[in-house]
Design a protein around this ligand. Sequence first.
Ligand SMILES: NC(=O)c1ccc[n+]([C@@H]2O[C@H](COP(=O)([O-])OP(=O)(O)OC[C@H]3O[C@@H](n4cnc5c(N)ncnc54)[C@H](O)[C@@H]3O)[C@@H](O)[C@H]2O)c1
Length: 339
Amino acid sequence: MEKLRVGVIGAGRIAAGSHLPCLAKFPDVEVVLCEVDEARLKLVADRFGIIETRAEYRDMLARDRPDAVFVLTPPAVTYGVARDALAAGVPTIMEKPPGMATAETRDLLATARAAGTTGMVAVNRWFQPMLNQARRMVEANDRIAVIVAEFYHYSLSLYRSLGSSEKTLARIITPGAIHTIDLVRYLGGDVTSVHAYADQYFDEHADSFTALIRFEGGATALLNYNLTSPVRIEKVSFHGRQASAFLVGLAESCVVHQGDMTFDLRNVQRHDPSSPEWSDKPYNAFINGWWHQARFFVDCVKEGREPAFPASNLEDAVKTMELIDLIGGQFNGLVPARA
Ligand SMILES: NC(=O)c1ccc[n+]([C@@H]2O[C@H](COP(=O)([O-])OP(=O)(O)OC[C@H]3O[C@@H](n4cnc5c(N)ncnc54)[C@H](O)[C@@H]3O)[C@@H](O)[C@H]2O)c1
């Protein structure tokens, strides 16, 4: 079998904890690992049995000519690296956020189009098996009508004490809330109106973002991205006709009520026929959607397909970034039609 040559740029926590455990097990993939930190490069390459390693991603793009690239670098670095990969015509999946500003995400989309290639953003919630099973169950009765999404992301003072700069804290909604904002779009569809507050309750920067969002299909979402809390908890519930799903974690607990029946979906992944070897650990790469996400992207590349729903491609990522801007900017009213 001819293997797909996949360049992985960045060998940090998310690479070693979530992406590489999947890629290293795909029989049709060979990884070239690229990392600026030499010690980390060796450590992670050894852990996953990766033979080909590089220190400079531009060399890797030019010399190894990868079939696909995973950009798993820090948020402020991702845009430049992903842009270079896309400009080289390589299908690219990148960690969120796809640029720290909407203009950067638009530029990534334009770059991909100009080079005749495709980009996808790794908002892994979209591939989470429990979430998708819960969605199917709620939608089996009728459409989703109401979504409530909450993300308690510790407090800004904690991030400050851990060394985050004031510039980072002032823009934390972009890398921080993107999953939650993206998730309500995934469940609700395209947005028609937003009523948002960005409040500074206990900090000089906004530490609570609350929004009421209306979608084209008529659904409504209530969202709070909260930075005043001592805990990190992600919660979402969605509700249809005689059906409600409640997820905490998002993989710690997932309960669906359908009529007078109640289902606990925590073990739904065990019954998935595409399941790789099993782990009882609650946070493995499979349960959280990483496996499905990586497989989907690799298959799109192999088949020459544009990553589309349920993947978030760059066109879709621009919509999420625009919604982040509206919420961060306390927008209030009908969302202007897109150009
Ligand atoms: N999807 C999720 O749930 C999720 C969770 C955590 C982090 N993330 C995202 O993943 C990304 C990485 O986060 P992390 O926690 O792994 O960070 P990290 O700092 O642990 O790892 C990033 C790695 O990239 C390397 N790097 C930086 N510039 C590079 C370059 N030019 N070439 C090669 N390597 C380079 C760094 O040396 C570091 O090892 C971030 O964008 C973050 O937003 C996503």
